[in-house]
Design a protein around this ligand. Sequence first.
Ligand code: ATP
Ligand code: MG
Ligand code: MG
Length: 380
Amino acid sequence: MNTVGILGGGQLARMMALAGASLGLRFLVMDTARDACAGQFAPMVVGDYVDPAALAEFASRIDVATFDFENVPAQSAQWLVDRIPVFPNPRALGTAQDRLAEKTLFRELGIPVPDFAVADTREQLDEAIARVGMPCILKTRRLGYDGKGQFRLRTPADADAAWDALGGQAAKVGLILEGFVGFQRELSVVAVRGRDGEFRTWPLTENWHVDGVLSASLAPASADKELAERAFAYARKLADALDYVGVFALELFCRDGELLANELAPRVHNSGHWTIEGAETSQFENHLRAVLGLPLGDTRMLGHACMLNWIGQMPDPTPVLTEASGHWHDYGKTARDGRKVGHATLRADSAVELAEALARVGSRLQREAQVAPVIERLAE
Ligand code: ATP
Ligand code: MG
Ligand code: MG
């Protein structure tokens, strides 16, 4: 029997362990927090990712290692590679950990990106503003997630405020200035690549963010075939270039028919949670299949699916559970402002039925604002 080691014990590791149970897999999770939510389903090693003793214990008990978050220090990933198989490889992880390296690679591969420039000093920030123009967005290069470590600039006069907000982190994590994209839609490609290079994608997904945090995802995104093929081709180019093994997501902005790459998430992704009930094979199962060198599962979906994120605290499950194709996911976390604590997926055979189910759930949970943009899209 194979034991899969997962660095990071959040909800992604938890859902991976749940998906792997039916494949007969065992799991070992490593996390710095004793109460990490994946620990409710898998044995844990509690320790710092750079602690050699904790890493050694972890490595001695697993057959293969993977990640539930992208910020595992590169040297820890490398330490593991010298001892056991690790997927995705540390180069892919390292590239995705740094917005500058990531955007540079996108550009090298001919994948369009928003304008960007390094802004590690106050002077560089002024130069970057002159190059990128307004409006723009200053981001930490490393360690940002859920829109944290970002500052939006509307006029050059905002430069001081932006530097006050993020300049203190420049020495440690680096800063990048990006053009602010007035997109009509945000899309993601969730894709999987096997050890043998086989590549598959789930249908294109549209995403809505609130305050930088994913709020809702809809699949399939309404997109003409050419646009979807272009998005898939970008994802494939990236996966091949990085010799990527496992599931990843490529986040894209769609502006006037143009696709601009925002970031690469080197792991299973929140915008792919709908695949648990909405697709023939979920992203979690296919990630495990890829990492273990098993045949990849079919990624087709039936009908339409919408995922709603629960942030801060869990709502009443009843309205979702009473829907014919309503599915509930409670991550077993304690409530905390801004924290992803669970999600729901609604599935339906037609767009009209999905919109109706969303309207019922939105109204019963008093979350009309969360479902409104999805319902609007489904009506187009
Ligand atoms: P994640 O949780 O997806 O890893 P993150 O902290 O890495 O988030 P981004 O994906 O860069 O952050 O940004 C979060 C959201 O902020 C985006 O999904 C988008 O809605 C908005 N955003 C980020 N960069 C830009 C940009 N250059 N132009 C317009 N909107 C942007
Ligand atoms: Mg990110
Ligand atoms: Mg993102």
